[in-house]
Write a protein of this length. Sequence first.
Length: 214
Amino acid sequence: MIKNLISTHAHPVEMTTKLGDLTMRNKTYQTAVVIIPPKEIWASIQLIREQHDIHYRRWMPHITLLYPFRPRAEFGLVVDRLSHACQGRPPFWICLELFRFFSQHRSRYTVWLDPQPPSNKLETGLRRRNPIKDLQQRLWGILPDCDDTRRFKNGFNPHLSVGQVTSKHNLDNFLCQFQPKWQPLTFYVSEVHLIWRNDPPNDVFEVDQTIAFS
């Protein structure tokens, strides 16, 4: 079943926040905290993104946790706090199996892969809370004004975007083309990444810092 989730928030207002002895300045769309799948499983994702995702060049395959985020110049100030939030967080498995979509204005849709625990990792008869949601909540607790990914009708919704389409007809064609032949991708999440980009034309995101769970 394909689930439709509607995005309801606009771009956030920049703000300044003081957290303990750490003064937080403006957020920027040139940085983010993300989960990046291992490159060994990128191929099938990138085949779709290259054709359908306008952000294919700028972004690597990723699951956003915090975005917008602190300027790169402040990474040194926040990485220790984020590392503390990740301490004691056990690694976990994620499976990319089902395509879903967000409805946007004027019959535009963003299609994404739904990162969920693999079915063989689920407790019998129960659907556990998505561990990515728990991870995001830990990180947001350290930087509570970095809440943009939570400002949706249904709160934070983990997703890996693969493309955008216009019209319900094109959406149906997309799902009928890719879902039946899609081979689920399973990977182990044991770290998060702080990424950054320059202004155009050199505006491709790169990893700056990696925070391991242990």
